[in-house]
Ligand binder design. Structure first.
Ligand code: SAM
Length: 307
């Protein structure tokens, strides 16, 4: 951080992430389907049923975007466990994504109930509120506006030991300091609380890894151009997937942040969802069974429990 050099570059990254998601916010859901051929829906379904939310718990969905995970959590709790007490807070750094989420949630039964809330916030600093830009902080709209009414966005600090289940889906790789995100997750979770992350991984079969790389580097920016008129944002997204740590590396980061991994006996005894062993290769035996690969590792799920 000498001469503020590192800080400037990091600030730039944050601004870039902001503009990436502002420019994709309205086409975001369509693009997800197009790029993954709809498979992201199955991954998210699996993620949520694995975590099996129930019993009136308090969920914080960080980088929650337009609410894909939140909606599934609430539906799962209600339909599988007759639970209408479980609460989800959708937290995101981007007000455009959140207001897209509000628009969508307005169509659901959870709207205007204590089960659902929205928070503007940064995964790396959950205790520090963000200033809400004026166009999102005012509930009033012009009388002849065709825009739907949306309540103002708010930004409040997330208290320590206030969360039972922390989820982050396809969000952590966009963050500048992954360690800070993990540290904050640890802080806000109650003892016994669970951290769960769904994120792109590295494809485990070498030949398929090469094919997948070709697909993403050639096709995804083009799809972005065609469907959203925005090539650069999608170029950025695939580069961020490349840069993200491998499955065993990320499992170790979670462990270093203080969490117990699901391959540990203590986590199993406490009922943390467990994953089959055997996905780790040589040298990674310490974290074998600590994550679950979905679709050959294109995406993976990691969990950890705070004791
Ligand atoms: N979780 C949603 C899903 O699975 O559909 C949205 C994923 S979207 C690819 C990534 C989200 O991360 C965006 O909404 C973006 O605004 C948000 N994001 C990026 N950096 C963040 C940060 N530091 N803190 C909170 N949210 C962040």
């Amino acid at each position: 951080t000498h001469f503020g050099f590192k800080d400037i570059r990091e600030e730039e990254k944050e601004t870039l992430v902001g503009s990436v998601f502002s420019s994709v916010a309205s086409s975001y859901d369509v693009m997800n389907d197009a790029m993954s051929l709809g498979i992201h829906r199955l991954w998210k379904d699996h993620f949520v049923s694995k975590l099996d939310p129930r019993g009136g718990i308090n969920i914080l969905d960080v980088a929650g975007g337009t609410g894909d995970i939140a909606l599934r959590m609430l539906d799962h709790a209600r339909l599988k466990h007759y639970d209408r007490e479980t609460k989800v807070t959708i937290l995101d750094i981007n007000p455009n994504m959140l207001s897209q989420g509000q628009k969508r949630m307005k169509q659901t039964m959870y709207w205007n109930t204590p089960q659902l809330s929205f928070q503007l916030g940064n995964a790396e600093m959950l205790g520090t509120p963000i200033e809400v830009p004026p166009q999102f902080s005012s509930p009033s709209i012009a009388p002849n506006s065709k825009k739907p009414y949306l309540p103002p966005l708010e930004s409040k600090p997330i208290e320590s030991e206030s969360v039972d289940l922390y989820t982050i889906a396809f969000g952590i790789r966009n963050c500048t300091h992954i360690d800070k995100v993990l540290e904050e997750a640890y802080r806000v979770l109650k003892p016994g609380g669970v951290f769960a992350c769904l994120e792109f991984g590295k494809v485990s079969v070498p030949l398929l890894a090469e094919l997948y790389k070709q697909y993403s580097f050639n096709l995804i920016p083009t799809l972005g151009q065609l469907l959203a008129g925005d090539r650069d944002s999608y170029q950025y997204l695939i580069e961020s997937i490349e840069r993200f740590p491998t499955q065993p590396e990320f499992a170790r980061m979670i462990s270093r942040a203080g969490f117990h991994l699901p391959n540990s006996q203590v986590a199993r005894d406490l009922g943390l969802p467990s994953f089959p062993k055997g996905s780790a290769t040589r040298g990674d035996e310490d974290v074998d069974g600590a994550w679950e690969d979905l679709t050959l590792g294109i995406a993976s799920i990691w969990t950890g429990i705070k004791l």
